[in-house]
Design a protein around this ligand. Sequence first.
Ligand SMILES: Nc1ncnc2c1ncn2[C@@H]1O[C@H](COP(=O)(O)OP(=O)(O)OP(=O)(O)O)[C@@H](O)[C@H]1O
Ligand SMILES: O=C(O)[C@H](O)COP(=O)(O)O
Length: 402
Amino acid sequence: MSGIEDLGDLAGRRVLVRSDLNVPLDGDRITDDGRIRASVPTIEQLAGAGARVVVTAHLGRPKGEPEAKYSLRPVATRLGELLGTDVAFATDTVGESAHAVVGALHDGQVALLENVRFNPGETSKDDAERGAFADQLVELVGPDAAFVSDGFGVVHRKQASVYDVAQRLPHAMGGLVAREIDVLRQLTDDPQRPFAVVLGGSKVSDKLAVIDNLLGKADRLLVGGGMMFTFLAAQGHAVGTSLLEEDQVETCRGYLERAAAEGVELLLPTDTVVAPEFKADAPATVVSVEAIPDDQMGLDIGPQTATAFASALTGARTVFWNGPMGVFEFDAFSAGTRAVAEALTKVTAAGGLSVVGGGDSAAAVRSLGFDEAAFGHISTGGGASLEFLEGKDLPGIDVLES
Ligand SMILES: Nc1ncnc2c1ncn2[C@@H]1O[C@H](COP(=O)(O)OP(=O)(O)OP(=O)(O)O)[C@@H](O)[C@H]1O
Ligand SMILES: O=C(O)[C@H](O)COP(=O)(O)O
């Protein structure tokens, strides 16, 4: 697969780069800039080669139209600080502002386009609609431009700026994607066993589906975070007002049966920290999963579960973790995530391989004060690294091969 060096002389040429700049925000304050920092080397490499660099990225999940809270403007400012140069920000993606900003770029300069998901064509399931939007992106940079795919966190998405543009422009894989794949291959090519996977987070419906494949690969599967409640419901527990995917309860019941039949240990929480509302200062109470009050929601795994998860991980030689165990952004609900992070550092210290994947998971280990070096690898991709682990074809990678 070709890398940036295979694109030839880039001086004076426009290069469209798809990065994953989907960072956590508190208002317009970036609470963890890990994904921006991870994207800098490729952008610097291109600018250093004299390219006119046009970065495109998404933030959150807007519904195909502009929404102020999902603007990439704060990201443009931070990117400029990290690059040590001004980053021109276009207030739209393929409109007047984008054309003006891109048209004014000089060699070695960098621009960031507004959230690509403000355009319905980006995420459309309809090939023609997505293709039409990709055509607009190509028109923006011109037919002589090149495309560099460097957003590892989105390579599992068949979206216009990830997939369709690569079909329309000479393309290359960025260094971030190449490095991620190199490291994650250690998990798929004969991992040392026991191999444990820890899942949590809030993208429940996305990530429940990966369990089907992971049951055939991991020796131990630990489930916490928002997705635990659909499993608890499958075990017959009431889950109060916790995150619940009602239409997935049967599927989870099937996973529980399959795990038992195939000898895969599927560990679920036995206690949880509940609160009456989703707030930092909501009163937190530890309850057994058999006694979740109807009017309360589970926002973390409980202390008994944290201890059980930590000891299940201690003996593992390979661990992959995606998705916080609770709402780690609020102190009262961060203990479960801290316990799992701590357990991964012990796996590393004992010579095993520990990998943390996902925007918020990576942000969690940093904000809880862990040293990044205590983990084998911190991946920028959550859903993407999980799908890679499953052995699934990733559209954003496959398209670069064709
Ligand atoms: N019990 C819970 N209820 C509600 N939200 C939860 C719960 N547990 C964890 N979360 C939230 O999950 C969010 C992260 O989930 P997510 O699935 O997006 O993980 P991620 O590491 O960012 O992966 P990806 O990169 O795929 O998005 C955090 O903001 C956290 O507060
Ligand atoms: O946070 C992520 O995992 C990536 O930025 C992809 O975001 P998405 O799940 O909204 O496609």
